[in-house]
Design a protein around this ligand. Structure first.
Ligand code: CAA
Ligand code: NAI
Length: 698
């Protein structure tokens, strides 16, 4: 393996070249290499300047996230940046690709910054539940002012070189080989007698209304604590000398680093990547994917077609008749109009996508040449089987036949064809061109190159793809059914839907379960309750008060009335006054005396139900690893990213505590609260879900 930082002399300039693939993260060896390189350069009287440059695709992507949570190793990053800045030599950072987090902080420690035109900078620590901990909160505002620095650090986005030069974060943009460009710049600076420039010596940013800035950041953070901490660190940059500000930054950084929130977000960072690395697919080649077919152009089919078009694929969509075909085309065009409005595509691109790239037809023959078909027709087994029979008849050999079913048995659908090895579930989430999650449902006979193609499609569409086994609802909807039921039980026992929604949004969920139900349509749950009624266990508690509302034709947002009442065209809502009346009637019928629920108990029951079913899904092999379940809830169900997912949350609570709560709840309702065997085993063995993640890692 090559040196993590190479040292080469070019006349009066030393180049320190970071070589730590894939993204030059600042591991201990890199930090050490930079510190030693600086010492060596300074020890040579002939050297006037140092150029720091990155090898490969990036300058530096930041601190090495794999080191977080381990004992700190010298030299630490803040000291390294201070050490670079304090050098008597001129230090130049020559940046290409990304300079993120600690990477930008190293560059801010340098005296001059030059970047390639396509370089990007950013301080994305907020996405890890952190703040920039190596001087970023102190140096950046000295260049950009406090408000801009707070915006950059609380959003964590990437900024292109043109914007960075405008803000004064970089000094020059020049195309070319980063090392050569850096060397030439160093020679210019030396020959023009340019001075060392230490950002720490600049005045701190002007004061602002810090409490208002703090409140503003907190109000946008949905309970994440790092946003507020960033404001306080910038306040220190304004109010205190640099060295004191650095101490304040360190203290705030350490507080965040040891918080559960950063643990949850770091778990999310690694697992959103790890989730699609399946050991069984190593070396398996996906099939070709150029043109895809979509059957049904309703909500889902139109969304899937939109996603595929935006990923440069040819799409053939089949509907039942001319009227439906035209409605499907309008839905897709509407979706693409949205992309056009947001500047994601140009008008020219819009025209190509809606004409050349898209065919909407009513004859299955049009599907002869497609490589993969995704069926998104009504959720009815007979209709699905009929469609798969037709697909089997027209599609070319080797074409993949996929279903977007939410609940139905993919094995049974596959059996309706003569080629079950080519059949797979591809379960998208609504709206399919926006939501990041894709469940790849592997049936009994699905061939491994078909699974690999499912993952390749997910990647092409920019999705987080998770492998799921066949069961009612796969991973996500199966778990949803259970925690949703826990919420329903609490309503029967005395909590209101509104208190529950509020307690859960305060916990960090994007929406509460009753607001979600209104959005998805109450008819879905109503139909599911009717479908499941014949097989229901006598001990199962199923509230039916909401069915009365459905019987009157109220299905939530789409009809303007559900748990909430919706003003036309608005998302904001008011509690529906009919709901407490319906609930009271059902309580009376069931002879339930309503009781008070604290917000804490609501969260506890909801989360325990979610964790227990998630554990069963892992135990049965429906999900490959606990982290796969976590990613499903994060990307498909609005679970707060800073809590990492239900099973990470359970690990952080302590599995013994979670199991004890479940057993306590089981004393009242043993049918619903049946503790998962896996959970019990882990508690007995003193292990947790993360131990299973590690055991199942690639
Ligand atoms: N530390 C360790 N590993 C990292 C890493 C980091 N900072 N950044 C990326 N990687 C790893 C990824 O885990 C991935 O590994 P696998 O191939 O084993 O899955 C590999 O590098 C490639 O990453 P991507 O697949 O994400 O590649 P990409 O080209 O799509 O994106 C990237 C590259 C933009 C750098 C993206 O990886 C990214 O955003 N990384 C995180 C950047 C970040 O958050 N930096 C701040 C770190 S915190 C910090 O610096 C704290 C501080 O102030 C002290
Ligand atoms: P939808 O009712 O909006 O659309 C279904 C479309 O299929 C209609 O336009 C209909 O004309 C068409 N269709 C029916 N039979 C057909 C046939 N034989 N050939 C061609 N087209 C046919 O339904 P939606 O919501 O899009 O759901 C479709 C599937 O996706 C269902 O299986 C559903 O369970 C699943 N799904 C739905 C989600 C949602 O949030 N709506 C989320 C994930 C999956």
């Amino acid at each position: 393996m090559s040196d993590p930082v190479s040292f080469t002399v070019h006349g009066p300039v030393v180049v320190l070249r970071i070589q730590n693939p894939p993204v030059n993260a600042l591991s201990q060896a890199v930090r050490q290499g930079l510190a030693v390189g600086m010492d060596r350069a300074e020890a040579d009287a002939a050297i006037k300047a140092v150029v720091i440059v990155g090898d490969g695709r990036a300058f530096i992507a930041g601190a090495d996230i794999t080191e977080f949570g381990k004992p700190p190793m010298e030299p630490n990053l803040p000291d390294l940046c201070t050490r670079i800045e304090a050098s008597p030599l001129l230090v130049i950072a020559s940046m290409h690709g990304v300079s993120l987090g600690g990477g930008l902080e190293v560059a801010l420690g340098a005296h001059y910054r030059i970047a390639q035109p396509d370089a990007k900078i950013g301080l994305p620590e907020v996405h890890l539940g952190l703040l920039p901990g190596a001087g970023g909160t102190q140096r950046l505002p000295r260049l950009t002012g406090a408000a801009k620095a707070i915006e950059i650090m609380t959003t964590g986005g990437q900024i292109n070189a043109a914007a960075a030069i405008e803000m004064g974060v970089i000094d020059k943009i020049e195309a070319g080989d980063p090392q050569e460009v850096g060397l030439a710049y160093a020679m210019d600076l030396i020959s023009s007698g340019a001075p060392r420039r230490a950002i720490s010596e600049l005045a701190g940013p002007e004061a602002m209304d810090w409490d208002a800035a703090y409140q503003g950041a907190v109000s946008k953070s949905r309970g994440q604590i790092s946003h507020g901490a960033i404001v306080r660190a910038v306040q220190a940059a304004s109010e205190q000398p640099f060295a004191e500000g650095m101490k304040r930054e360190r203290a705030l950084f350490m507080e965040l680093l040891t918080s559960d929130q950063s643990k949850g977000m770091i778990h999310a960072f690694f697992n959103e990547r790890a989730v699609s690395n399946l050991p069984e697919l190593k070396g398996v080649r996906p099939r070709q994917l150029n043109a895809i077919g979509v059957i049904g152009g309703g909500t889902m089919g139109a969304g899937i077609a939109t996603a595929a078009l935006l990923a440069q694929m040819q799409v053939v969509l089949i509907e039942t008749g001319e009227e439906q075909a035209s409605a499907a085309r309008s839905r897709i065009e509407g979706n693409l109009q949205g992309a056009l409005k947001r500047g994601k595509i140009t008008q020219e691109k819009f025209d190509v996508l809606t004409t050349v790239a898209l065919t909407v037809a009513t004859h299955y023959d049009t599907l002869r040449d497609v490589d993969l078909v995704i069926e998104a027709v009504f959720e009815n087994m007979d209709v699905k089987k009929e469609v798969f029979g037709k697909l089997d008849a027209v599609c070319k050999a080797g074409a993949i036949l996929a279903t977007n079913t939410s609940y139905l048995d993919v094995d049974e659908i596959a059996a309706a064809t003569s080629r079950p090895a080519d059949v797979i579930g591809l379960h998208f989430f609504s709206p399919a061109h926006v939501m990041k999650l894709l469940e790849i449902v592997v049936a009994d006979k699905t061939a491994s190159d078909v699974v690999a193609t499912g993952f390749a499609l997910g990647k092409a569409l920019g999705k987080i793809s998770v492998r799921a086994g066949v069961c009612d609802g796969f991973i996500g909807n199966r778990i949803l059914a259970v925690y949703r039921t826990a919420a329903d039980h609490m309503v029967l026992d005395g909590a209101t839907p509104y208190q529950i929604d509020k307690a859960l949004t305060d916990f960090g969920f994007a929406m509460g379960p009753f607001a979600v139900a209104d959005l998805a349509g109450l008819d879905i749950g109503w139909m599911t309750r009717k479908r499941k009624a014949p097989d229901r266990h006598p001990d199962e508690r199923v509230p039916t008060y909401i069915d009365k509302l459905c019987e009157q034709g109220h299905f939530g947002q789409k009809t303007g009335e559900g748990y909430y009442v919706y003003e036309k065209g608005q998302r904001a809502s008011m509690p529906n006054p009919k709901i407490p009346v319906l609930i009271a009637a059902e309580q009376e019928k069931l002879k339930i005396t309503p009781r008070e629920f604290s917000d804490e108990e609501i969260v506890s029951r909801y989360m325990c139900a979610m964790v227990n079913e998630s554990a069963k899904v892992v135990e049965e092999g429906i999900a490959r690893r606990p982290a796969d379940v976590d990613m499903v809830l994060l990307f498909g169900y609005g679970f707060p990213r800073y809590r990492g997912g239900p099973l990470k949350w359970a690990d952080l609570q302590g599995l013994d505590t979670v199991l004890a709560d479940i057993e306590r709840f089981a004393a009242e309702d043993a049918w619903f609260w049946q503790p998962s065997t896996l959970l019990k085993t882990l508690v007995a063995d003193g292990r947790n879900f993360d131990d299973l993640n590690r055991a199942g890692a690639k």
